[in-house]
Design a protein around this ligand. Structure first.
Ligand code: AKG
Ligand code: FE2
Length: 217
């Protein structure tokens, strides 16, 4: 039996960090790409955020449910435009993703998934090693990849440096990190331009991370 036909088995990259290759089928990928294009268009659409010490991020982003910009969440953009709502389709996807990764969906007491960041990487975009630490909740982060393959560097909770594992994330892959890996440093040192499935009509990489903010109001 080939992985191409049946998908690859889940891989535990670190305790609580699970890679599920090919989790989304082609139709689900195409549907999400279509939605991402709509979310990116705006209002409150996709943009490059300024960095506090100067320059702009190479990755373009749009927030849903909450606007994130280095390094905090808000309900409005700096110009006062309200953030777009968090779509039910992503709440459903996040619950199913947690179930697929850990064998059980989020329990009844879990903080609700209420924010997504949609990231777009052109051929030159990168994301430096960081922790997802602006959420108050410690529910797992659910990450979906669409379009070009990337190198996803998954490290440790103590430092931005080694030890880390480099994982190739392809279109349709799911990566979930929670539990002891929730605060692990991670980043995207490069993408592989031109590797997106042609049927998506996408030049670049889209990533959707769904999170529980733990924030009120
Ligand atoms: O693009 C990715 O796979 C990772 C994105 C990420 O780490 C983030 O949005 O915080
Ligand atoms: Fe992150």
């Amino acid at each position: 039996m080939s992985d191409a036909l049946f998908g690859s088995p889940p891989v535990e990259v670190a305790p609580g960090a699970v890679h599920l290759p090919g989790w989304l089928d082609g139709d689900a990928q195409a549907d999400l790409v279509r939605r991402c294009r709509d979310w990116a268009r705006g209002p409150a659409g996709m943009r490059r955020h300024p960095m506090p010490r100067g320059g702009v991020m190479s990755v373009q982003m749009v927030g849903l449910g909450w606007h994130w910009q280095p390094y905090s969440y808000s309900r409005t953009l700096p110009d006062g435009t309200p953030v777009r709502p968090f779509p039910a389709v992503l709440a459903d996807l996040a619950a199913r993703a947690v179930g697929a990764a850990y064998g059980a969906p989020p329990g009844p007491g879990a903080d609700p998934y209420d924010v997504a960041l949609v990231n777009f990487y052109d051929a030159d975009a990168r994301m430096g090693m960081h922790q997802d630490r602006d959420e108050l909740s410690r529910e797992p982060v659910v990450s979906l990849s669409l379009g070009d393959t990337c190198v996803f560097r998954f490290g440790n909770t103590e430092t931005r440096t080694r030890p880390y594992t480099d994982v190739e994330l392809r279109s349709g892959d799911l990566f979930v990190f929670g539990g002891p890996s929730r605060m692990a440093y991670h980043g995207v040192p490069r993408t592989r331009p031109g590797t997106a499935p042609p049927s998506l009509g996408l030049a670049g990489r889209l990533n959707i991370t769904v999170r529980a903010s733990g924030l009120e109001g």
